[in-house]
Design a protein around this ligand. Structure first.
Ligand code: NAP
Ligand code: GLV
Length: 308
């Protein structure tokens, strides 16, 4: 079996060595080195440029380097192509850390204090214990659940919203369209960890913000396409939202001069919330390649009709 890698060269070499050591029967090649691209049936990539896709007419399975798959622009991929997302402890652990940092930073008004510092001022704002703050996570998948587990010992009151109804100890779980309004009504801090699909694009919009308690805060660590940027600016202007922490934007990076860069109530990071770790992700990849060789179900296979 052969698997082609497309992406960062250093990671490709590290994964080639690890995969070859663990599964000598797998030939791991790095784009553009495949001897016969027309024979390639499996690829691992973060994105798949058109010229790479065109060179691989017999592709059957695409392993994403990331947890998300929207960056692959899946609508242009053949309908029969199986897509497998990356589930690995590096992404999960760093994302949970980021969400804890975001919740604490917004709860303790860090954007305000940073803006005051930059303006050469020092002002006091009231401080409430975490126990008085309700954090709600949209998306109760791998990242949402790990983030809630990380938040729990910090004392926040927790809730979550997803498509399916779950029962998670210590978390008020809501589901589906009917669960959205009651979920939002109880979020002092809203965290988005949804996949970007046709249903979730622009879900962080004025209507959603209006259902939050006045003065709520937002952490978007999922995808920039979830957010309607002008609606965030309007909600911050009106006081409906107090502040936001954004790891993702559309596009990335935002153009120079974009109002988010200088907004006193916005903290931004450059898509670093949940990071694929070269060493731990290859263990997940090797596990899945072993499963493929044995004809077993793959971990993280995407339901293409659902989009995640
Ligand atoms: P996941 O395990 O597939 O979980 C997705 C969750 O979202 C599930 O609970 C799912 O509900 C829920 N969901 C999907 N569509 C929904 C809808 N229309 N309404 C309500 N709930 C919906 O995904 P994950 O591994 O946690 O990753 C989530 C996303 O995080 C990725 O897709 C990616 O975009 C983003 N991400 C960002 C970074 C970063 O660095 N910023 C890093 C990694 C990932 P069900 O459980 O009911 O199916
Ligand atoms: C990063 O954004 C990922 O999807 O893993």
């Amino acid at each position: 079996m052969e698997i082609l890698y497309h992406g960062n060269a250093a990671r490709g070499l590290a994964w080639q060595e690890a995969v070859t050591r663990a599964l000598p029967e797998v030939r791991f090649t790095c784009w553009p080195d495949a001897a016969n691209p027309a024979e390639i049936r499996h690829i691992v990539a973060w994105t798949l440029p058109d010229e790479v896709l065109a060179a691989l007419p017999n592709l059957e399975i695409l392993f994403s380097v990331g947890a998300g798959i929207d960056q692959l622009d899946t609508a242009r991929l053949p309908a029969h192509l199986r897509i497998v997302r990356m589930i690995e402890p590096g992404i999960i652990g760093t994302m949970a850390d980021y969400v804890a940092m975001g919740a604490l930073a917004l709860h303790r008004d860090l954007p305000f204090h940073v803006a005051e510092q930059r303006a050469g001022r020092s002002s006091w704002r009231d401080v409430a214990p975490a126990q008085q703050c309700r954090v709600g996570v949209m998306g109760l998948g791998e990242l949402g659940r790990a983030s809630l587990a990380k938040l729990a010992p910090l004392g926040f009151r927790l809730s979550g919203w997803s498509r399916s109804q779950y029962a998670i100890e210590g978390v008020d779980c809501f589901a589906g369209e009917t669960g959205l309004a009651p979920f939002l009504a109880g979020c002092d801090i809203l965290v988005c960890l949804l996949p970007l699909t046709a249903e979730t694009r622009h879900i962080l919009n004025r209507d959603t913000f209006a259902m939050l308690p006045r003065g709520a805060r937002l952490v978007n660590a999922a995808r920039g396409g979830h957010l309607v940027q002008d609606d965030l600016l309007a909600a911050l202007d009106s006081g409906q939202l107090t502040s936001a922490m954004l790891d993702v934007t559309d596009p990335e990076p935002l153009p120079a001069g974009h109002p988010f860069y200088s907004h006193p109530a916005i903290l931004m990071t450059p898509h670093v919330a949940g990071i694929t770790r070269t060493d731990s992700a290859v263990v997940s990849l090797i596990d899945n390649l072993g499963r493929l060789l044995r004809g077993e179900p793959l971990i993280g296979e995407v339901d293409r009709s659902r989009g995640y």
